[in-house]
Design a protein around this ligand. Structure first.
Ligand code: SF4
Length: 328
């Protein structure tokens, strides 16, 4: 258990799926040296199979008794998909423009497909995902080498590469499949929450570059901070798949502002939403219903009175106010 815990809150009502976060992370950390297939940050369309494919069904995490559950290690040929490049060099000699492998899967393979029948039941939303820097990490519990640790000062989960022997138990143990094997060095690697930036008082690159201003970063015990207020005071930010038992420290404001349904005359059916409540409950737990009620009540209050601390927080007028990293 670390002394303090940094956390991130992502407001899914504001994510536009632009992938700026993904690119900022990839160009900084994973576009080279055996990390090419890794996405320490990715943005998935939900419903969708995600990255790696069907990650929610690949095991890991803890059962109700607190025991580590069996999990599988995704493969490059299967759940990740082999990264590909194009034959630019051959184009001058008239070759057909094509990938250098026959791609079968990859990040964003099913982007924007969603589910449900047009015109009234179709929907999708985006879920950006990074390592959750869990309080009870499945990766850490699974490692027989004690190579994974949580930093005392901020709870960031890191791999000690000197201790890692590349056994990959951590990958099976992480139910979010957010730790990866680097074949170039035969070791596991993962999102480091941009700790070199954090130590300079700067937010992680994904949060800094987020054009939708969906990401708040701060310490969970900082009662003046937005993260504390969204998670603990208003209780509108919830962990993804809390049933995995890892006590993750990335929280999501659920997508309550999905398009409504329309009646036969084309009028909005008041109070309707296209995202089935059971879908949100599976992703964010039973608390999602109370969180949705709070969000809707505060939105109504804001419309009627012009005032709502919660709505002001979520609007995030100034990007720099979304990060509180230096209140030690
Ligand atoms: Fe470990 Fe996975 Fe939790 Fe990250 S999300 S701390 S890799 S168990």
């Amino acid at each position: 258990m670390s002394q303090r815990q940094l956390a991130m809150v992502m407001d899914l009502n504001k994510c536009i799926g632009c992938q700026t976060c993904t690119v900022s992370c990839k160009t900084q950390w994973t576009n080279r040296n055996g990390r090419e297939y890794m996405y320490w940050n990715n943005v998935e369309t939900y419903p969708g199979e995600g990255y790696p494919k069907k990650w929610q069904e690949l095991g890991g995490g803890f059962d109700e008794a607190g025991d580590l559950k069996a999990g599988v290690v995704p493969s490059l040929q299967g759940e990740y998909g082999v990264p590909w490049d194009y034959n630019h060099d051959e184009l001058a000699s008239g070759a057909e423009f094509k990938p250098h492998v026959d791609p079968k899967w990859g990040p964003n393979w099913d982007e924007d497909e969603g589910a449900g029948d047009f015109p009234n039941d179709n929907y999708f939303f985006y879920i950006p995902r990074i390592c959750n820097h869990c309080t009870n990490p499945g990766c850490l519990s699974a490692c027989p080498r004690d190579a994974i640790f949580k930093r005392d000062q901020d709870g960031v989960v890191l791999v000690d590469l000197d201790r890692c022997q590349g056994y990959r138990y951590c990958i099976a143990g992480c139910p979010y499949k957010k730790i990866y094997f680097n074949p170039r060095i035969s070791k596991s690697e993962k999102c480091i929450l941009c700790f070199p930036r954090i130590e300079k008082g700067l937010p992680p690159a994904c949060a800094q570059q987020c054009v939708g201003r969906i990401r708040f970063v701060g310490f969970l015990d900082d009662e003046e901070g937005q993260v504390y207020k969204l998670v603990k005071k208003f209780k509108v930010a919830l962990p993804l798949r809390p049933d995995y038992g890892t006590e993750s420290n990335v929280y999501y404001v659920p997508p309550t502002e999905a398009p409504p349904k329309f009646d036969a005359s084309g009028k909005i059916i008041e109070g309707s939403t296209r995202i089935p409540p059971e879908v949100l409950e599976k992703l964010f737990g039973k608390e999602v219903h109370e969180a949705a009620r709070t969000l809707r009540a505060e939105m109504k209050k804001r419309k009627e009175t012009g005032e709502s601390e919660l709505m002001d927080l979520l609007i995030a007028y100034k990007h720099e106010d979304m990060f509180r990293l230096d209140n030690n």
